[in-house]
Structure formats: structure tokens, C-alpha cells
Design a binder for this molecule. Structure first.
Ligand SMILES: *[C@@H]1O[C@H](CO)[C@@H](O)[C@H](O)[C@H]1NC(C)=O
Ligand SMILES: *[C@@H]1O[C@H](CO)[C@@H](O)[C@H](O)[C@H]1NC(C)=O
Ligand SMILES: *[C@@H]1O[C@H](CO)[C@@H](O)[C@H](O)[C@H]1NC(C)=O
Ligand SMILES: *[C@@H]1O[C@H](CO)[C@@H](O)[C@H](O)[C@H]1NC(C)=O
Ligand SMILES: *[C@@H]1O[C@H](CO)[C@@H](O)[C@H](O)[C@H]1NC(C)=O
Length: 855
């Protein structure tokens, strides 16, 4: 009996083992590459990838973001790994909350998508200190990103830690997981020479160290022209059609295609037109590219103090296809979705055919891919920035708008032209809602909250940290545990000084390496100054009121995100370099080498009064009329969540500068600093020609960032604690929550541009009715078309939100569109005789524009 049991157990064990072996074996994916593309399980692949950085949103948003990416025609999610968010001190790791990398990868895997893991671990990324922990700068002998032991040791240690974590979860494709590529270092080739003798050996060491990790999938190094085999060097730029990898055996990959750009406090709001993003992508695939990654596809938010800098905004929206709040940005998202569908229709001939290049004019060319099974795909481009052009390709004429690419998945029919935006547009708004007090009583009436107020003293609170003659470097002193460092000193004024009777005669003159400053004399704020995204140094000059005897000077120096890139960036300092008082009898008094007393951080930060367990460590003054324009003030209110379920932004336009928290979660730095009025914003954005970040900016003279994302998942049904630290003065009663929602959707179709459903491409090309142009309109999930604000078939003008009728207008338009669309989730309207007066104004190219309200 015992013996039978034993063999049964062995048998069971054997089957279990066999099952396990087969299971893991059958799931393993072989990822390799050749000159053309990545090869997954023997198949060459055209891949569309999207950067979504896990700590720039919250776990509750991850499934939705990844789903929206997948719906947009994305196959791969790409993320950096954020070292300084994970290794808080040497060997002390954190992977909770927004930093739960394993959870993020699992969500990507569950969505059936691939993942590119850009470990770095230097990442730049407009992220604080480029992602490298600040503590590493203070490990003796360390110089970042060059050939020295401490840096290499810690870089290898962290890289290995992450690789092992991924291996443990079986996340590499070689283990059956979603990771198909991994990256080491980041854009190092651009600056390798500047690191002198240490540069090249470091880059080669990094490649070798990575390859030795034995992850079973290829490694990439972006902007690394000398990446050694088998590491693939890849391109980062606005355009990568001209890029060639450093070996004929490597495929052409684009790791960073920038569909927008980031913002710095005090600058304008950059936008990259969807026509140009699509043009760049189509050109890249036309010229033999096989993997395109949008950096960013969802930019998200630099919560807390994670933004790099100096001066990068808390919003990292990036004008990306998914906006900061997680909503598809239209038409950009939709235009790219259609582009992706068109490119995917070309996949087989592109990856298995030989390309032929045909010149069709001085700035026009066709790249034609034909495969052995008779498949043919062509990309026809017009590089002319000014002029449209009609070209002949295989005896058929094609009209090409300026700066555009037409994609012909069968070498005959145009599935997509990059300059013709057929997808609907939407207008978003931030619907304001004043803060509502949270009350537990059932008969509660909405009303403004009571505020708790705590005002900090200017200068040293508690014990001074240290006293020193002259200035210390700001970053070396705070080690980035806080943005704030107090520099304080005092000096004496004789009773017979004339300036005592005339304030304008004494002037405080300060120079700083950055980033920002509030100057207090005798506890009174005298003024503020700061650098900007281009130059962090600044000077401050302000008349001051002095008194006879001892005068206290308290200077609050601030960092606004640490440097995140550039050669030797970790050595760029911050803080005061000179302080003088002008206008005294003695002439100018230089206080720079005085004895300065230092205090790191704020009292409220030290006591963590923004968190539940620190909240009661100061005595808040309770009031329904909180002080306005009061510097160094903490405000606290207990509030209800805003109504509805739309994403929420905190409107800080009436505040000065500071930090905000909800329920102890860090919303981040706020600063409604305005861009200079002297900068010009174009009234129209011309998509044609090479894009530069300042080309299509908006928001001239407006705050760079007015709203600050507060994820819905941070709210409780009631009793939410909002804490604000205001540095220089604002009006907290004007703080509002704003709900982000779609105001209206607009769609457009023109007789000459049959927009159609690419999912039914073969049916379409076979159909004789293929030239019937059709307008498609769809409301956001959960809403219906409630009003048709505008509809005109004819020659309407203007754009979404401001259409007007042209001379040619079919009067039945509105009634027609209302009949088909009202109270529907979406609708399709063909430009046909049944629907419109097609004979109207003969000889003119007619179109249909519709604006609808969804609610
Ligand atoms: C993986 O695929 C490549 C190319 O298809 C092939 O050369 C290689 O032998 C495969 N490796 C394994 C372990 O099957
Ligand atoms: C990384 O360093 C820590 C000590 O700081 C050590 O305990 C750990 O074993 C190292 N890990 C690796 C993978 O080298
Ligand atoms: C184009 O037309 C020329 C002359 O009319 C003809 O010889 C040629 O075969 C045609 N090419 C194609 C691809 O139809
Ligand atoms: C910071 O301190 C280090 C020594 O720890 C010094 O080498 C460096 O120059 C200092 N940086 C600045 C900007 O003063
Ligand atoms: C002005 O100069 C006199 C004499 O040199 C000195 O005693 C006094 O401290 C100076 N005042 C200030 C404000 O430095």
C-alpha cells in the first residue's frame, strides 16, 4: 500500500513537472532581430509603441490608459524605470503605489501587449535629477555616467536588481512575458566625447554589463552611435527617416518620436500638429523603419517634487495623444489610430519585400515594397513645404498636399494621407466648482469650507542648522530633501542714516545661481525673483524699508526641480552668490561674506502637517475668512469631492506659488507663473515644414499651468483634507476643483476625401461605392448627442467651436443631421443624394462640418 502511494506520488510529481515544463516552454517567446525588424517567434514585426511612465499617473488609471493606447492601434507600451523613485537610499527599495512596476507590467501583459523596458538607469525624462538618486552624488568619488567605480557599482547594482525582479515575475519574452526589448543608458552618444577618456569605456562597459544580464531579449541604446553588437542603437528626434543604425544587421528603430513637447513654468504651451506627427511616422516607415515609439503617448503628471528642471511644470501633458487626465486627445489620437491601421495594412510587403525608390519630382518620391506573394505597398511623399503636387505613380495620378505622405496598402488606393485629418475633433473644458465643505450631517447644505491657517515665521524656525561665513550651495545643503533653504543674516543701521526717512534710498541687491527666491526684511516680504527654463541664474533688486538698529534679512531660496540632463549635470548648483544693500551713507554694504545662519526646509514640512499623522502638530487657526496675500502660509480645508466622475484639476490661478496635497498625497508644485507677453503665439498653426518646440505655441501671457491634476482615486466620499503651502501670497477662497469634460465634438468630411473605415479595407477597395464620403461622429463613453450646434453642407468656414456658414449652404443640413444623430451615441452620414442637395453650387468642392454637444 505504502509502495503504491509512493509511485503514485512520483507519477503525480512527474505529470506536474511535465505540465509545468510544457506550460513554461510553450509560453516562451523567441525575440531576435535582423536588418529589417524585430523578429518575434520567427515573424518580422512592424511595431507601434507608446511611452506611458507608471509614476506619472496612478495605478487606478493604468488599465484605462493602456486600453486607450491599444484602441489607438498601439502594440507595445514603453516605460523608463525611475531609479530615484525606487532606491530611496542605498539598498533601501520602494515599489509601492505609483512605483509598483510589477503591477504596471502585469496590466500591460493582461492587455495582450508587449513592453519595452528602458532601465537607464539614467533616464533624463524631464524627471528630477534625470532619475539618478541624489544620494549617489554624495558617495565619495562618484561622477555620474562616466568610467568610475562608485557610479558603475551602483548602476550595475540597480540594473541587476530590476532585471532580477523582472526575471522572478517571468516578465521577459524569453520567459513567456511581455518584455521584448530593454534599454541601458540613455542618449549618451550625444555627449560621450565631452566625458573625455571616461566616455567611451563607460558606454562600452554599460553595453557589456547589460548583455551579461542574460535576459533573452535584445538590448537597445538610444542615440548611441557606437553601440557594440548585439546592442541596437536607436534614434530619438522629431524626425528619424534619415537615421541608419550602425550596422547593416540592425533594424531601424525610433525610440523617441516626440508628438509634442514639455513645458517650463513661465513659458508658452507647445503643440505639435497631428498632420506633422503623422507625416514623420509615415516617412519613417516609408524609409525602412520598423518600430516607432511615441514619447510621450500619455505624458501625465510630475506629482510631488518629481519634475526635473529646473522649472519643468507639474503637468507633463506633452500635447500627447492621451492628455494628462487620461482622455484621448482629438483629433491627434484618432488621426494616429488611422495612420496605424494604414501602416499595418502594409506590413507583409513592407517586411518581406524589397523596396524600390521612385523619384516623382524634385521633392516627391515613392517607396514601393513588393513581396513574392504579389503584395505591394507604396508610400508616396511630398516634401515640399509650400506646394501641393499631383504626381503620377503607375500611370495613376495622385494629389498630394504639401508636406504629406499618402499610404497605398495595395499600390493603388490611398488608405491615408497624413495631412488630411478625417477623424473627429473635440473641445475640452475645465468646469469650475467652488470647494464644498465636507459635513457629516445629512441635511448638509453646500457651502464654502472653513479654513485652518498656520503662518510660518520668515527665517529660522526652531534651532538653526548651522552658521557659516558666506554662502553654501543650496543643493549640496538640502540634498533635495526639500525645495527650501533659508539664508539669514542681520546688519545694523545707524540712527542718523538718511534712508530711514526715505524708503527708496536703500535697495537690496541679490544674485543667485537659481532657481527662485523670496526676500524678507524684518519679517516682511520685499519681493521675489526666479530664473527660467533657459537660464536658472537671476538677479533680484528691490527697494527695502530699514529700521534703526538691527535689521534681519531672511532669504528663502528654492529649487524647482533638479537638472535632469546634460554633461556633468549633477554638479550644477543653486542658491545665493551675492547679497548687497545699496544706498547707505557708507555706500554699498556687501553682506555676502557675513555670518549666515541656515535652516533647511519649512517647519510645516518638517512636522509633515500635510499628512494625517502630522496634521495636529501645529495649532491651526480656524476661520471662514482666511488671510489673503499672506506669505509663508499653510491652508487646510476639509472638502467634498467634486461632483460627477470626470477627472479633476485644482484651479490655482489666484494663488502665488507653493505645494499642494490631498489626503496626504502629493499633488505637487503649483505656480501659475505667466509666460512673457513679449513672446508671440501664432494665430494659426501651420503644420507644414520642420517642427520646432516653439513653432505652434499657445498661451502667450497666460499662466503656463493653471490646473493641477488630482486623481479621482485620491478622493474619499467625504472628509477630504486639502493642504496648501503658499510661499508668497494668494487667495485660497478662489481655489476651485475643475472637472475636465468634452464640451463638443466636431466632424468634417469633404467630397474629395472619402474617409472610411480601414478595418474593412479589402471590402472597401473591392466596393464600387468607395467614393461616397461619410462623416463619422461619436460621443465620449456614457454620453449621447444632445444638440447639433452647427451643421452645414456646402462651403462652411472656421474650425471646431467657431464654424460659420459659407456662401454655399444646403438649408436642410441641420434637420438632416439632427434626424440621423440626436440621442445617439454616434452616427454616420454619407454625402449622398438621399441626404443632401449634391447639385448645390456646381463646380465647388463641397464639405460637411458638424459640431455636436454630447451629454
Ligand atoms: C530564435 O529565432 C532566431 C531567428 O528566427 C533563430 O535564429 C534562433 O535560433 C532562435 N532561438 C531559439 C532559442 O529558438
Ligand atoms: C546591491 O547592493 C546592496 C548593498 O548596497 C547589496 O546588498 C546587494 O546584494 C547588491 N545587489 C546586487 C544585485 O549586486
Ligand atoms: C503605363 O502606361 C504606359 C504607356 O501608356 C504602359 O506602357 C505601361 O505599361 C503602363 N504601366 C502600368 C503600370 O500600367
Ligand atoms: C557640492 O559639494 C561638493 C563636495 O561634496 C563639491 O565638490 C561641489 O563643488 C559642491 N557643489 C557646488 C555647486 O558647490
Ligand atoms: C559704515 O561704516 C562704518 C565705518 O567704517 C562702520 O562702523 C559701520 O558699521 C558701517 N555701516 C554698515 C551698515 O555697514
Amino acid at each position: 500500500m505504502a509502495k503504491r502511494n509512493f509511485s503514485f506520488a512520483i507519477l503525480l510529481f512527474f505529470f506536474f513537472f511535465l505540465f509545468f515544463f510544457l506550460f513554461s516552454f510553450s509560453l516562451a517567446t523567441n525575440v531576435s532581430y535582423d536588418h529589417r525588424s524585430l523578429i518575434i517567434d520567427g515573424q518580422r514585426k512592424l511595431l507601434l509603441s507608446a511611452s506611458i511612465h507608471y509614476p506619472r499617473s496612478v495605478p487606478g488609471m493604468w488599465p484605462g490608459l493602456i486600453k486607450t493606447a491599444k484602441e489607438g492601434g498601439i502594440d507595445v507600451i514603453e516605460t523608463y524605470v525611475f531609479w530615484n523613485g525606487h532606491e530611496l537610499s542605498p539598498g533601501n527599495y520602494y515599489f509601492g503605489g505609483r512605483y509598483n512596476l510589477v503591477k504596471f507590467v502585469k496590466i500591460v501583459q493582461q492587455a495582450g501587449m508587449h513592453l519595452i523596458l528602458r532601465i537607464g538607469p539614467f533616464v533624463a525624462a524631464e524627471w528630477n535629477f534625470g532619475g539618478v538618486p541624489v544620494w549617489l552624488h554624495y558617495v565619495p568619488g562618484t561622477v555620474f555616467r562616466t568610467d568610475n567605480e562608485p557610479f558603475k557599482h551602483h548602476m550595475q547594482n540597480f540594473t541587476t536588481y530590476i532585471v532580477n525582479m523582472m526575471k522572478r515575475e517571468k516578465f521577459f519574452a524569453s520567459q513567456g512575458g511581455p518584455i521584448i526589448l530593454a534599454q541601458i543608458e540613455n542618449e549618451y552618444g550625444d555627449i560621450e566625447r565631452i566625458y573625455g577618456d571616461g566616455g567611451k569605456p563607460y558606454a562600452m562597459w554599460a553595453a557589456k554589463m547589460a548583455v551579461a544580464q542574460d535576459i533573452g531579449v535584445p538590448w537597445i541604446m538610444c542615440q548611441q552611435y557606437d553601440a557594440p553588437d548585439p546592442v541596437i542603437n536607436t534614434c530619438n528626434s522629431f524626425y528619424c527617416d534619415q537615421f541608419t543604425p550602425n550596422s547593416p544587421n540592425k533594424p531601424k528603430f525610433w525610440t523617441e518620436n516626440w508628438p509634442g513637447w514639455f513645458k517650463t513654468f513661465g513659458s508658452r504651451d507647445p503643440h505639435r500638429p497631428p498632420e506633422d506627427v503623422a507625416f514623420a511616422v509615415a516617412r519613417f516607415f516609408q524609409k525602412g523603419g520598423s518600430l516607432n515609439n511615441y514619447y510621450m503617448y500619455h505624458g501625465g503628471t510630475n506629482f510631488g517634487r518629481t519634475s526635473g528642471g529646473p522649472f519643468i511644470t507639474t503637468s507633463y501633458d506633452y500635447d500627447a495623444p492621451i492628455d494628462e487626465y487620461g482622455i484621448a486627445r482629438l483629433p491627434k489620437w484618432g488621426h494616429l489610430k488611422q495612420l496605424h491601421e494604414a501602416i499595418k495594412l502594409c506590413e507583409h510587403p513592407m517586411l518581406h519585400g524589397e523596396p524600390t525608390l521612385l523619384s516623382l519630382g524634385s521633392l516627391q518620391e515613392a517607396d514601393v515594397y513588393t513581396d513574392s506573394s504579389g503584395g505591394c505597398a507604396a508610400f508616396i511623399s511630398n516634401m515640399d513645404e509650400e506646394n501641393e503636387k499631383t504626381v503620377y505613380f503607375q500611370n495613376v495620378s495622385y494629389h498630394l498636399p504639401p508636406w504629406s505622405v499618402s499610404i497605398l496598402p495595395d499600390c493603388k488606393n490611398v488608405a491615408f494621407n497624413t495631412a488630411k485629418v478625417g477623424h473627429q475633433t473635440s473641445i475640452m473644458e475645465m468646469v469650475p466648482e467652488y470647494l464644498q465643505a465636507s459635513m457629516t450631517s445629512p441635511d448638509k447644505e453646500s457651502k464654502a469650507p472653513k479654513w485652518g491657517v498656520y503662518v510660518e515665521k520668515a527665517g529660522i524656525w526652531g534651532e538653526a542648522d548651522f552658521v557659516k561665513n558666506g554662502f553654501v550651495d543650496h543643493i549640496n545643503t538640502t540634498k533635495d530633501t526639500t525645495d527650501y533653504l533659508w539664508y539669514t543674516t542681520s546688519f545694523y543701521v545707524n540712527e542718523n542714516e538718511e534712508i530711514l526717512s526715505n524708503r527708496n534710498q536703500a535697495t537690496l541687491v541679490i544674485s543667485s545661481k537659481g532657481h527662485a527666491l523670496h526676500a524678507f526684511v524684518n519679517q516682511k516680504l520685499q519681493g521675489s525673483a526666479s530664473g527660467n527654463g533657459l537660464n536658472s541664474t537671476f538677479d533680484f533688486e528691490s527697494p527695502i524699508l530699514l529700521k534703526a538698529g538691527k535689521n534681519e534679512i531672511s532669504l528663502l531660496s528654492m529649487t524647482v526641480g533638479l537638472q535632469n540632463a546634460g554633461p556633468f549635470y549633477e554638479w550644477v548648483g543653486a542658491g545665493l552668490t551675492s547679497v548687497k544693500v545699496k544706498g547707505l551713507k557708507n555706500g554699498t554694504v556687501d553682506l555676502s561674506s557675513n555670518a549666515w545662519t541656515y535652516k533647511i526646509g519649512l517647519e510645516g514640512e518638517h512636522l509633515k502637517i500635510y499628512q494625517a499623522n502630522g496634521l495636529n502638530s501645529v495649532k491651526w487657526q480656524s476661520t471662514s475668512e482666511p488671510p489673503k496675500n499672506q506669505p509663508l502660509t499653510w491652508y487646510k480645508a476639509v472638502v467634498d469631492p467634486p461632483s460627477g466622475d470626470e477627472p479633476v484639476g485644482l484651479d490655482m490661478i489666484e494663488m502665488g506659488k507653493g505645494l499642494a496635497w490631498l489626503n496626504g498625497e502629493e499633488i505637487g508644485r503649483y505656480w501659475p507663473r505667466r509666460s512673457s507677453l513679449h513672446e508671440e503665439c501664432p494665430s494659426e498653426c501651420n503644420y507644414r515644414g520642420k517642427f520646432m518646440p516653439n513653432k505652434c505655441s499657445t498661451g502667450c501671457g497666460e499662466p503656463t499651468q493653471r490646473w493641477y491634476h488630482v486623481p479621482r482615486s485620491w478622493f474619499k466620499p467625504s472628509g477630504n483634507i486639502l493642504v496648501i503651502f503658499e510661499e508668497k501670497g494668494g487667495d485660497p477662497t478662489k481655489i476651485k476643483f475643475s472637472r475636465r469634460r468634452t464640451t463638443s465634438v466636431c466632424a468634417h468630411v469633404s467630397e474629395d476625401y472619402p474617409s472610411f473605415d480601414l478595418e474593412s479595407w479589402p471590402k472597401y477597395t473591392a466596393s464600387t461605392k468607395k467614393n461616397i464620403a461619410t462623416l463619422h461622429l461619436k460621443c465620449p463613453e456614457g454620453t449621447l448627442i444632445s444638440t447639433i450646434k452647427f451643421a452645414s453642407f456646402g462651403t462652411p468656414t472656421g474650425k471646431c467651436g467657431s464654424y460659420s456658414k459659407g456662401d454655399c449652404h444646403d438649408p436642410k443640413s441641420i434637420a438632416m443631421v439632427e434626424k440621423v444623430c440626436l440621442n445617439k451615441k454616434g452616427c454616420d452620414i454619407a454625402l449622398s443624394k438621399d441626404n443632401f442637395n449634391m447639385g448645390l453650387c456646381p463646380g465647388l468642392m463641397k464639405k460637411l462640418d458638424v459640431e455636436a454637444v454630447c451629454s
